[in-house]
Design a protein around this ligand. Sequence first.
Ligand SMILES: Nc1ncnc2c1ncn2[C@@H]1O[C@H](COP(=O)(O)OP(=O)(O)O)[C@@H](O)[C@H]1O
Ligand SMILES: [Mg+2]
Length: 225
Amino acid sequence: MPEPIIIVDDVHKSYLMGKEAVPALRGVSLEIQKGEFVCLMGPSGSGKTTLLNIIGGLDDASRGHVIVEGENLVALDENQLAQLRLTKMGFVFQNYNLLANFTAQENVEAPMVLAKTGRRERKDQAQALLERVGLADRAHHYPSELSGGQQQRVAIARALANDPPILIADEMTGDLDTETGYAIMELAKQLNQEGMTIVFVTHDPRMAEFAQRVIELRDGKILGD
Ligand SMILES: Nc1ncnc2c1ncn2[C@@H]1O[C@H](COP(=O)(O)OP(=O)(O)O)[C@@H](O)[C@H]1O
Ligand SMILES: [Mg+2]
């Protein structure tokens, strides 16, 4: 019996540009089951980032709703939403978004500080995660001392910090060369094999190959699934 972990129901989103409403999503519905490895594809401007951000509770829908692990996002207040983001979803972005003045280890610890995890457990978990992504020996380096691929590994370790069931990634290989991108996708594939649900956006068909399921967006609508 498949168990949906993410339900997107008739989601519309428009952005106001001056007085004009620019539609970014025009009625998107989909269900993602626990343990799926899903790729969202589509040309620039098709609504991929908008959809990921709405699934991740980083932005809200103009119409329709999203349910994550049984929680209807529109029904949550700011605190509940922040808590859900912190514990249910890890986020990875194209530009790594690491804190420049924090070491790799401190970056990985940051979400655990927010989750009020104890100091000892935080350190142990951060070290274990850095080892998991192959960077045990870079724990005390700053982002500027790491390559792009290494920074993205730190970002993935950080996304895993509070042990979320879902990983959400927007163009996570977009700034990396092909070989490094493949290595990052291999890591994602292993995480998926260990049970993590992964939803990632790419416009690179070579990276999309890693997914079990590819959803095509075009002009804010699903073209194919
Ligand atoms: N913050 C925003 N303000 C105004 N328009 C936006 C904003 N974010 C996205 N859009 C518009 O919404 C559409 C979809 O954008 P986006 O979701 O970023 O697409 P993609 O990630 O597929 O490139 C585009 O037309 C874009 O210009
Ligand atoms: Mg985008």
